[in-house]
Design a protein around this ligand. Structure first.
Ligand SMILES: C[S@@+](CC[C@H](N)C(=O)[O-])C[C@H]1O[C@@H](n2cnc3c(N)ncnc32)[C@H](O)[C@@H]1O
Length: 319
C-alpha cells in the first residue's frame, strides 16, 4: 500500500526550533529537499532483518536501495556537515554481516571522509547460543569536506587525572589536561556514571528505559544528543531519514536545532507527534544525559551466585 505524504507542522516556540515530521517514503521525500540544507544527518536505517516495518530481501537488493537514499543524502548535506549512520548486523542463517562494512563502500563513492567509527556498547541484549552474544553496534561518522563543524567542548567529559602535569620538556610542571575535560573517545561504553569517566555508556533502549515506546528498534535520545551537540550549532538543521518514533527530532529540538524526520509508518509518526508535544509540555520521559546507569551492588540478591549453582563448580577454573 502506498502511504500518502503528510506533513505536520508545529508552531510552539518554547525551544527555538522549526521542525517537520513527514509521513511517507524516504527516497521520494528526499528528492524534494533543497541542496546543502543539513549540518547533520543522523539515523538508524532499517537493517533488513525482517522487523515489522520492513520486508527482508537479499543484502544486495537492500544495499542497492539504500545507495539511492545515500546519493540524495550527500546532495542535501551542507559542506560543513556530517552523516552519522548507526547500524548493527544483518543476519542470515546464523551468519552475521556487519552492515557498517557494506555501508562504508557506499559512502566512499561520494568521497565522504570517515572521522570516527564509534562503538556503542550496551550491557544487555539477546543471549546467543551459537556465537558470542552481541553487545555493540557502530556509528559511522562521515564529513563531506575537511572543514566541518566539531564542537568538542560541548561533549567533553571530566578527566580521570585532572591534576596530571607534564613531567619533562618546556612545559614541565604545567598541567597537561584541559580544564573543560577530556575528549570522550570513540567507544561509548559501560561505566558507572556518564560523564565521570573517559568512556560513555548509553543504555540500550529496552522496556525498563524511560524513553521506551512500542517501536521495536528505537535508539536512545542521549546517543543522538551527543552527536547533535558536537556536530551542529544552534540553529543548524538536522535530518533523520528513517525517523521511527522521532528520537533524533527530540534530541535536536531539545538543543535548539531545527529538525526534519521522514517515516513511512503512520503509527510511529503519531507517537513522534505525541513525544514532541510532551517535550514541549515538559512531561516527556527522557533519560537524563548525566544519569548514572543502575548497577546492582554486590549485596543485591540478583548479583550473587544462587544457592542452586554454588555446588556445581562450573565457574572459572573449577571444572
Ligand atoms: C531502525 S528504525 C529507526 C528508529 C529510530 N531511530 C527511533 O529511535 O525511533 C527504522 C525506521 O525506518 C522506517 N522506514 C523503513 N523504510 C522506510 C522508507 N522507505 N521510508 C520511510 N521510512 C522507512 C521504519 O518504519 C522504521 O521506523
Amino acid at each position: 500500500m502506498k502511504v500518502k505524504d503528510m506533513t505536520f507542522d508545529f508552531s510552539e516556540k518554547l525551544y527555538k526550533s522549526d521542525y517537520k515530521i513527514i509521513l511517507g517514503d524516504t527516497l521520494e521525500n528526499l528528492k524534494k529537499i533543497e541542496d546543502g540544507k543539513f549540518d547533520l544527518i543522523i539515523t538508524s536505517p532499517p537493517y533488513n532483518v525482517g522487523k515489522e516495518y520492513e520486508t527482508k530481501k537479499s543484502i544486495e537488493k537492500y544495499l542497492e536501495e539504500q545507495a539511492k537514499v545515500i546519493e540524495q543524502l550527500f546532495r542535501i548535506m551542507s559542506s560543513e556537515g556530517s552523516i552519522c549512520w548507526q547500524v548493527g548486523n544483518y543476519v542470515k542463517k546464523g551468519e552475521i554481516f556487519p552492515l557498517d562494512i557494506y555501508y562504508y563502500q557506499i559512502f566512499k563513492k561520494y568521497n565522504l571522509k570517515l572521522r570516527n567509527r564509534i562503538v556503542w556498547h550496551f550491557g544487555h541484549g539477546l543471549h546467543a547460543s551459537n556465537r558470542f552474544s552481541g553487545r555493540y553496534e557502530t556509528i559511522l561518522w562521515f564529513t563531506k569536506t575537511n572543514k566541518y563543524i566539531f564542537n568538542l567542548d560541548n561533549v567533553r567529559v571530566p578527566a580521570k587525572y585532572p591534576g596530571k602535569r607534564h613531567f619533562k620538556g618546556p612545559k614541565k610542571g604545567e598541567l597537561s589536561g584541559n580544564p573543560k575535560g577530556k575528549n570522550p573517545s570513540d567507544v561509548w561504553e559501560i561505566v558507572i556514571r556518564d560523564w565521570e569517566n573517559e568512556l560513555w555508556d548509553i543504555p540500550n533502549v529496552k522496556s525498563n528505559h524511560p524513553e521506551k515506546t512500542e517501536h521495536p528498534c528505537q535508539y536512545p535520545i542521549e546517543l543522538v544528543e551527543r552527536c547533535v551537540l558536537a556536530l551542529t550549532n544552534e540553529g543548524s538543521w538536522v535530518l533523520d531519514p528513517f525517523a521511527g518514533v522521532g528520537s533524533t527530532m527530540i534530541a535536536a529540538i531539545k538543543n535548539n536545532r531545527n529538525a526534519i524526520g521522514i517515516e513511512k509508518k503512520r503509527k510511529y509518526v503519531e507517537i513522534t507527534k505525541q513525544r514532541i508535544e510532551k517535550l514541549y509540555e515538559g512531561s516527556l520521559k527522557v533519560r537524563p544525559i548525566t544519569q548514572p546507569i543502575h548497577k546492582p551492588s554486590a549485596n543485591d540478591k540478583v548479583a550473587s551466585t544462587p544457592i542452586e549453582w554454588l555446588n556445581l563448580k562450573m565457574f572459572g577454573t573449577n571444572k
